[in-house]
Design a binder for this molecule. Structure first.
Ligand SMILES: [Zn+2]
Length: 164
């Protein structure tokens, strides 16, 4: 296993599109293992492929009840109820903000062996999976904020870049 480099906003590679996995081979299994190792090393609860410069539809997460690997995840149903949760992102260092999302989502995905799964995520897991699927579409959580809040984030990111 190996740790991967996490890209940080405003890296344009975070915005590139991803493609469906069609072959469930050893490469995919290794990418998912490396993504999990990278996520745990940074104390994250979720990580999506574009964050580590991979172009496939891969997500890993662990909100406290064990690791989940999701290949080609798709939301099939979503609740009308919304919840507001404070989010952060390994690609947007030292910044957290409240984001409004669906309280429950049903997600269809494959595991690393190609087996098909469908399950409902609630609470923090629902927030996390929506955040990660956004990444697969090149969307960051800060895109959900008002333009005023986003300008604050940009200033802060510049400062972090200078000091680091
Ligand atoms: Zn993120």
């Amino acid at each position: 296993m190996a740790q991967l480099t996490v890209l940080q906003e405003p890296d344009p590679r975070l915005r590139l599109p991803t493609v469906d996995v069609e072959q469930f081979d050893q490469d995919i299994a290794e990418h998912l293992e490396n993504m999990l190792e990278t996520m745990y090393a940074h104390d994250g609860v979720g990580l999506a492929a574009p964050q580590v410069n991979l172009r496939q539809r891969l997500v890993v997460m662990d909100v406290g009840d064990g690791p989940i690997k999701l290949v080609n995840p798709t939301i099939t149903e979503q609740s009308e109820d919304r919840s507001v949760t404070k989010e952060g992102c390994l690609s947007v260092p030292e910044y957290q903000a409240r984001v409004r999302r669906c309280s429950d989502v049903r997600v269809r995905y494959y595991d690393e062996t190609g087996a098909n799964h469908e399950r409902t995520f609630s609470g923090l897991a629902a927030t996390c999976i929506q955040h990660e699927i956004d990444h697969l579409h090149g969307i960051l959580f800060i895109d959900h904020l008002s333009s005023f809040e986003r300008s604050l984030v940009r200033k802060k990111l510049k400062k972090v870049a200078k000091s680091g």
